[in-house]
Design a protein around this ligand. Structure first.
Ligand SMILES: [Zn+2]
Length: 119
């Protein structure tokens, strides 16, 4: 497991999310919940005007309404890299497939346990 690569990915992801949160706070002052509704209510055209390619991705986090949560998960994952438990499921202890970590390097549960949690 090349955890350095995931550490870099996690740090990049964290700064992306932080700048997305900053951006949204600057654009529309107020609570994040209000902003989310506002963004959801705007047309695709408006989003296209306001957002570059990167920004589209940043707004996605807010639309999902869990950017703060992902930030916390990223910090947890970075801690797990340091203590050597990164890449194993926090619930059942099995190895998390590398494809899953590529897509969500902050994942702390394998797909099966995540499914149980979401249920
Ligand atoms: Zn598991």
């Amino acid at each position: 497991m090349d955890s350095d690569r995931f550490r870099t990915a996690l740090l990049e992801e964290r700064s992306r999310i932080e700048s997305a949160i900053d951006y949204l706070h600057r654009e529309t002052p107020g609570s994040l919940e209000d902003e989310t509704e506002e963004v959801l209510g705007t047309s695709d055209n408006h989003l296209g005007d306001a957002a570059s390619g990167t920004l589209d991705r940043e707004i996605d986090y807010t639309l999902e309404g869990h950017s703060e949560q992902v930030l916390a998960q990223i910090d947890t994952a970075l801690t797990r890299i340091d203590d050597g438990t990164f890449g194993t499921c926090a619930n059942c202890g099995r190895q998390i497939p590398e494809e899953r970590l590529e897509a969500r390097p902050w994942a702390s549960l394998c797909i099966e346990c995540q499914r149980d949690t979401d249920r």
